[in-house]
Design a protein around this ligand. Sequence first.
Ligand SMILES: Cc1ncc(COP(=O)(O)O)c(C=O)c1O
Length: 349
Amino acid sequence: MFRIMAAKKVNLANLPTSLHPLPKVSSWLEGPEIWVKRDDLTGCALSGNKVRKLEYVIYDAIKKKSDVLITCGGIQSNHARATAVAAAKVGLKCHLVLSGQLEDVPDGNTFLDFLFGAKVTFLEGANLSEMDQAMEDVAQTYIKEGKKPYVIPLGASSPLGALGYIGAATEITMQAGELREKFDYVVVPCGSAGTLAGLAIGFSYLNPQTEIWGISVSFKENWIREKVTSLAQETKEQFLPELATPITNFRVLDNYIGEGYGETTPEQLKMIQQIASLEGLVLDPVYTGKAFWGLKEEIRKGTLKKGQKVLFVHTGGIFGLFANHYRKMLARNIFDLKIQNYIHLDKND
Ligand SMILES: Cc1ncc(COP(=O)(O)O)c(C=O)c1O
C-alpha cells in the first residue's frame, strides 16, 4: 500500500462506504455490469465526495490554528455546503463566496449553507479568478479583525484534497479484492478534478489496468488534464515520493457538458427518474446525473460492452435536486402528477 508522508486527517466520514452491483440498471442498459461506490453516503449531512477531501484540508487548517474557513463555488455548490457542515462539526466559522444571486428564499444547498451558520457573499456572474480575488478580499477583512482565515480552493482540489481520493482508491481496491471482482473502468463525475486526480493517482499505483474516466460537467479536457497532471506532480513532491509521474491511466470525456455547468435536459431528468425508480438510487442533475448520462451514452455507442465491469462512483449532490429550478423541471416535465391511487376512506372504516 501507499507510504503517504506526514499527512494526517480529522475523522468526518463514515468509511468504508458500500460498493454494490446495480443489476436492474445493468440489464436495462444491456451493456457492461454496472456497480456503484456509494460515496454519497460518506456522511456529514450527505456531503458526498467532499468529505474525504475536507478530512485532510481541515486537519491542515486546525494545525495552522485557523478560525475561519473560506471557500467558493456556484450558488448551489455542494463543496461550499459541505465546507459549511464540516466547519460546524469541528467548531470553525465558515464564509462562502458564491457566484450567483439569491432570487427568493434560499433553496437546496444555499438553504443549508444558512442552516449551518455560514456567512455568504453572493457575486453575480463571477468567474473563477473573480471568486479567487473575492476570497482574498474576505480573508483580508478577517485578518484586520484579528482572525486567522484559511482559504480552501475551488472544490478542495489541492494535493491535500486529492489524498482523500487516493484513500478511496485504496478502499475500492480492498473491497474489490474481498469480493473477488475486478473493474475494467471506474467512472466519476468531474468538476474541479481533485476526485479524478486522487482516484487516478491511487489506481496508477494499486491497479493500473483499471482505467479511470472523468466525465466533465463543466471544464474542457485540456484544463482537466493539466489539473490532474499538476496535482499528481505536487502530490508526489509533498506526500508520495514513490509515485510514477506523469500518470496516464485516466481518460477525460468532455462531450457531455451540454449547454454548460448546471444545465440539464429532459432526457437526463427522465434517466434520473428511471434509475431512482429501478434501484432506489438518487442522482443529481449537476454532477452524478450528467456523468451517468455520459456512461449510458458510451454504452449506447458500444464503447463499453457486455462482459466488462464498470464501477460508477456516486459522489453525492442530492440537495441540488431540491433547488427550485430542478424540482420544477422534474415536476412539470417528468412526473406524472395525476393522482393515481386516490383512496376514499369511508367514515365508518
Ligand atoms: C456531487 C459532486 N460530484 C462530483 C464533484 C466533482 O468533484 P471534483 O471537483 O473533485 O472534480 C462535485 C464537486 O463539487 C460534486 O459536488
